[in-house]
Design a protein around this ligand. Sequence first.
Ligand code: ACM
Length: 265
Amino acid sequence: MKAGFYQFGPEFGEKKKNINKVVSAIKDADVQLLVLPEFFATGYQFVSKDEVAELSEPVPKGDTTQALLQVSREKNMYIVGGLPERAGDTFYNSAVFAGPEGFIGLYRKTHLFFEETLYFSPGDTGFRVWDTKIGRIGIKICFDWFFPESMRSLALLGAEIVAHPANLVLPFCPDSMPVRCLENRVFAVTANRIGTEHRKKDHSLTFIGKSEVVSPRGEILVRAPDDEEALMVVDIDPETARDKALNPYNDLLKARRPDQYGPIY
Ligand code: ACM
C-alpha cells in the first residue's frame, strides 16, 4: 500500500489557489493514502473571529471537502486533509477523510494549540478509526501529538495508520513521532507545511516542514526537508501494525496495567 504526504506552503485566504495547487501537485502521484496539512486550503494564522467565520466551511458540503471528494474519486485514492469547519455557530479545527467511495468521516482536533483556542472550540468527536479497503485509518491533528493519550486511543481503537495533518511550529514532533509509533506499533503519516505567516505584528509563525512517514518499529521511512515543497510516498504494509508483540511475553497493548495508572484512568 502506498502512503504519503504533500508538504507545501499554503497562501493565507487563497482557498481556490491552494486547492488547485494540491490538485495539480498530485495529478500523477501513485498513492493510495495521501495526507495534506492542517488548514491546507486556508492558511493557519487567523487574526479574528470574522476571518474564521468567512473561511470556515460545513462538512461535507463545503467546497474544500467537495474538491477532495472529486480528486479521491477521479484518482481512486484516499485523502485526509485539515480545514476550519463551521457547524452552525461553532467552529472547529477539523480534518476530513475522503475516499473513492465518497465521504468517510470527520475528526475535530481535541487539543487546540496557542491562539487556536481564541477562535475554535475544542473537538467533540473523540478519536476515530475507519475500516477501509486500504487498512484501518485514524486521524489526529498537529498538537494532538503532544498528548500520548491521542496515539494510544487510536491504537486501542485498532488504527494501523494514523494520518496526522499538521502545521508544526515547535521543533519537537518529527523526532518524537518514532517513539509514539514504536510504543503503539502504528504507522504515522505527518503532513506538515512550510513557510512563514506574518499576519500579526508582534509574532510571525514559521512552520518547520519535516513531514514524515514513520513505521511501527519507529523507523523514519521518509522525511521531507524543512523548507521545500515535497510530495513523498512510501510502500507500507498496514498489517504489520497489527502485531503488538515485542517478544513472546510482552504484547504492548495487552500488557498495559490500567488498574495501576490511577490518575489517568
Ligand atoms: C499546531 O497544533 N498547529 C501546532
